[in-house]
Design a protein around this ligand. Structure first.
Ligand code: SF4
Length: 924
């Protein structure tokens, strides 16, 4: 393998380096690096990231990641120099200055693969390259002489993809009772015969099995709440009864997660219980996501045929390469590299999914190959469906096939079910929601590109056959003109709204500006005000908007009835495919009718007395003072009420499990947040303690000398803690503004010490990839906000210190205020904070070998919150200087102090409820 003798550039916070074609590397200034990149295409890795480091957004060049995506679509690589070196079997760069050497070698290695007879992803490469050459993709000239023209013409992507097959309707599951002995036997098979006996896991599995027992009365499922300490092996604990039950009953268990990290883990662990494929070729385990996650082949075809231009067209070609090799077509969190979207523009990726419900089902030429249809069918016959909370709820509410709705469900990460229900059952009449509806009805207006079609184009054959249907379509089209159109936000800001809904949104915006007292006006944040005291002119525009929505809903209802009639008594030309298409259209119609009904009812109540079941408010969404949406929001005060009737009531068995289900010792919150009371079910409760020795493995350090609001002091504390720990730090923030301020002050200093720092909301890298990078490099540290608080599963030495910038107080929103009032005031807040602390602490100790510190930079940390931490964890209130000594990393895989002593510390189990902070402890 020969290195590619082209100049290569690397830039980090610590400096910039270039290597010329003759192999000489030298440091260069940012200015020189930018000039060179503008002159000639340089080898770089991750152009958007290098562009941010150089402060030159227009940077382009020969990006190794683009070449990798072409050569090895659907293959994982951590998009860092080290990650690339590992993926290609090359020597890791020793330091930043050595990276350009690696880039030249990696380019040489990747190009060499083109000439190898063993290139597994060769098929389709030549054809894609011809298109990429026409698009002037920088790599094309280097690839062309190396990628041989195939002897036989390559098949087009859309003919190469396999078709899914219709499967017969499944009978209902047999009623079976699982015996404890057989559940434990299955657990032993899954864990392996030589695995140590784990009584806690056995007890957990036996409890979970009870949820699979036959239901005794209609509408009363078995509900189990299981608090499962980290490390008990709960995944196999519930997969044991689930796999046994599905084998005996022929039914499907759904396991629902909140994070993608757990989905990935479940997929892996399920391989112990099920083979990859059954004898008939079908898959017993299926990962299912919302349809907006999957590639829509019709959108891709449109993009390949001119719908995308410039860089987006190159992205479409690389996605087409991936589509031929992907396992399931999942673009978000599946095997499409998360970094591909950020190399081009994330919007390109979203435009290739089916986000707007425009699917034409059987009217689509790719219907029989569609990834979404394939996943839906596969899950109907699966033993195990791995989904997420929102999808399970949506499927329970409006799944296309009644028989395929989930009835045995394990909600892992069960502490998130409340939040998922909160968003799933909420309603929002905002400008962006309303314009989506307009586009769905009317279709493309003016110069819009793409294949978007309105109702009349999608149902043209119905319209020509059925007069009443045609009239309903036309009436809906006319009524949809009342919805906001392109440029609505600008018209609002200029005081020239058009049509009744824009008039309403203008009134909402004016009211929010008049009443908001959150202090967000100057800071440029979103603004909100409660929906109360809205009289006079506001009441008039609300009424006009409600009427306009009703006028749109009526023809949609009529059209739905016509489609039903066609399905019942269809014409001769309506074959199976036509029926499927009309069935699809009927489903999406009824979803829109429900949406309109929710909006109308929300507006109807604005002018009347408040409904105590709901919290309504008006909001203006802004980002850095730029307004991007405005509207009216309605949430259930207790979203578990609709959850109970939609998800629990039809189910037979439900398990909610998590390491942080309970609040300290109390079950009250967990029971209330399960929704079981709404269907008069008393849930079964079980608790299984973590096997970890927290007293020896972890310490909580409450640093009490960083003044609140002092950004320089906060940044200094972060930098010094990261330096002392030698990286391996996860820094959690409650505000993006503070995260950016801290990052801006310390990234250069840390880079010079060989401690790379990455940050959500700063680096142009998606969150999943940031976690991959962090996991891959024990010297790296990562700063982030909520998504990282429990989306990170990094066992081992890559994560040895978690820092929280302050106590995670809840944001005082209108919704929060209402729930706080109903939930007991400050005790409600405390339980939310403890939950956040417990989740964040949970990132630290993931295995028996893990050790680490959990630091909170707060001078006023109330002792009543300490019960958030596992019993026995030492808690010390100390100065920053003392904390630095305790977290210092000696480079041999040992923290200097974690677990070295628990003497003199404040134990969470002892300290819970004490009002005053104890004195700081001396370093040991
Ligand atoms: S069936 Fe629908 S989602 Fe699937 S490729 Fe066709 S239009 Fe896209």
């Amino acid at each position: 393998m020969a290195a590619l003798p082209l100049p290569a550039l690397h830039a980090s916070h610590g400096g910039s380096w270039m290597r010329d074609g003759a192999g000489r590397t030298r440091p260069v200034s940012k200015g020189e690096a930018v000039m060179s990149a503008a002159d000639t295409p340089l080898l770089i890795l991750n152009a958007p990231l290098i562009a941010t480091r150089l402060g030159y957004p227009d940077l382009s060049g020969l990006d190794l990641l683009e070449l990798y995506a072409f050569m090895h679509p659907a293959r994982f690589v951590v998009p860092t120099p080290k990650g690339l070196a590992h993926a290609l079997g090359l020597e890791e760069p020793k330091d930043d200055a050595d990276v350009p050497r690696l880039l030249q070698e990696a380019a040489g290695a990747l190009l060499d693969i083109c000439e190898s007879p063993h290139w597994p992803e060769r098929e389709g490469a030549w054809t894609a390259l011809q298109s990429l050459t026409r698009m002037r993709w920088p790599w094309a000239t280097l690839l062309n002489p190396r990628v041989a023209r195939p002897e036989r013409a390559e098949r087009w992507l859309f003919t190469r993809l396999p078709e899914w097959e219709e499967s017969p309707e499944l009978p209902q599951p047999r009623q079976v009772t699982l015996e404890r002995g057989e559940v434990l036997q299955r657990l032993a098979e899954l864990t392996g015969s030589d695995a140590e006996q784990r009584p806690t896991q056995q007890a957990y599995a036996a409890e979970a099995a009870a949820a699979f027992a036959p239901r005794q009365s209609s509408g009363r499922p078995h509900v189990l709440l299981a608090q499962a300490g980290t490390g008990i092996g709960k995944t196999l604990g519930y997969l044991a009864p689930a796999s046994l039950w599905s084998g005996l009953s022929g039914g499907t268990t759904w396991v629902s997660t909140y994070t993608k990290a757990l989905q990935r883990q479940l997929r892996k662990e399920s391989r112990r219980a099920w083979p990859d494929r059954r004898a008939d070729g079908s898959r017993p385990v299926v990962v299912r996501k919302g349809r907006e996650n999957y590639l829509c082949l019709l959108n891709l075809e449109d993009a390949l045929q001119g719908g995308f231009a410039g860089r987006a067209a190159i992205l479409a070609q690389l996605v087409a390469r991936w589509a031929a090799y992907t396992q399931d077509g999942d673009m978000i969190g599946g095997d499409l590299p998360g970094w591909l979207g950020t190399l081009f523009r994330q919007r390109g990726i979203t435009a290739l999914t089916d986000r707007r419900g425009e699917c034409v089902y059987a009217g689509c030429p790719h219907y029989r190959k569609c990834f979404i249809e394939r996943a839906a069918r596969a899950s109907a016959g699966a033993d195990l469906v791995i989904g997420n909370h929102a999808l399970v709820m949506i499927n329970a509410a409006r799944g296309r096939d009644h028989a395929a709705r989930p009835t045995r469900i394990v909600f892992d990460e069960g502490h998130h079910v409340f939040d998922a229900a909160d968003s799933t059952f909420a309603a929002a009449l905002t400008g962006s929601e309303a314009i989506e509806l307009r586009r769905w009805v009317i279709g493309p207006e003016k110069a819009s590109r793409g294949r978007r079609r309105g109702l009349s184009a999608r149902l043209a054959d119905v319209a020509s056959y059925d007069e009443a249907g045609a009239k309903a379509i036309e009436a809906a089209r006319a009524a949809a003109e009342a919805l906001p159109g392109d440029g609505w936000m600008q018209r609002l800001t200029e005081g020239e709204p058009s049509g009744p809904i824009e008039e309403l949104l203008a009134a909402v915006r004016a009211t929010v500006y008049a009443r908001d007292e959150s202090g967000g006006q100057e800071a440029g944040y979103g603004l909100e005000t409660e929906a109360a005291g809205l009289e006079g002119a506001f009441a008039e525009v609300t009424e006009a908007a409600r009427e306009a929505l009703g006028e749109l809903r009526q023809p949609l209802v009529r059209l739905g009835l016509r489609l039903e009639a066609l399905l019942e008594d269809g014409p001769d030309w309506l074959d199976g495919q036509g029926r499927a298409r009309i069935e699809g259209a009927r489903q999406s119609l009824s979803w829109r009718v429900d949406l309109l009904l929710a909006w109308e009812s929300m507006l109807g109540r604005l002018n009347g007395p408040a409904d105590p079941e709901f919290v309504d408010w008006l909001a203006l969404d802004r980002s850095e003072a730029r307004e991007y949406d405005v509207g009216i929001h309605r949430h259930w005060l207790d979203p578990m009420k609709p959850f109970a009737s939609v998800v629990l009531e039809p189910a037979h068995g439900v398990v909610m499990t998590s390491a942080t289900l309970r609040d300290g010792e109390s079950w009250d919150k967990a029971i209330a947040r399960s929704g079981a009371a709404h269907i008069e079910v008393a849930p079964r409760l079980s608790e299984h303690l973590s096997p970890f020795d927290y007293a020896a493995q972890a310490e909580v350090l409450i640093v009490n000398d960083i003044p609140r609001g002092d950004i320089p002091a906060l940044a200094g504390a972060y930098a010094r803690l990261i330096e002392s720990a030698g990286g391996g730090v996860l820094g959690l923030f409650t505000a993006i503004r503070r995260l950016r301020a801290v990052y801006g002050r310390i990234a250069d200093r840390l880079a010079r010490a060989g401690l790379p720092l990455y940050a959500q909301h700063v680096d142009p890298i998606d969150t999943g990839t940031l976690v991959d990078i962090f996991r891959d490099d024990p010297a790296a540290s990562l700063l982030g906000t909520d998504a990282l608080r429990d989306g990170v599963d990094v066992p081992g030495e890559s994560l040895r210190l978690v820092i929280m910038e302050q106590v995670p107080w809840p944001r005082p929103t209108i919704l929060h205020r209402a729930r706080r009032l109903a939930g007991g005031g400050s005790s409600y807040d405390d339980s939310l904070i403890r939950a956040k602390l417990a989740q964040a602490f949970g990132r630290l100790i993931r295995s028996r070998g893990d050790r680490g510190h959990f630091v909170v930079l707060s001078s006023a940390f109330p002792s009543r919150l300490l019960s958030a931490f596992p019993a026995g964890t030492p808690v010390l209130r100390i100065s920053l200087e003392e904390a630095l000594q305790r977290v210092s990393w000696n480079g041999s895989g040992e923290n200097s102090s974690a677990g070295s002593s628990s003497g003199g510390s404040e134990k969470p189990d002892e300290a819970a409820g004490t009002a005053e902070a104890p004195p700081s402890q001396p370093p040991i």
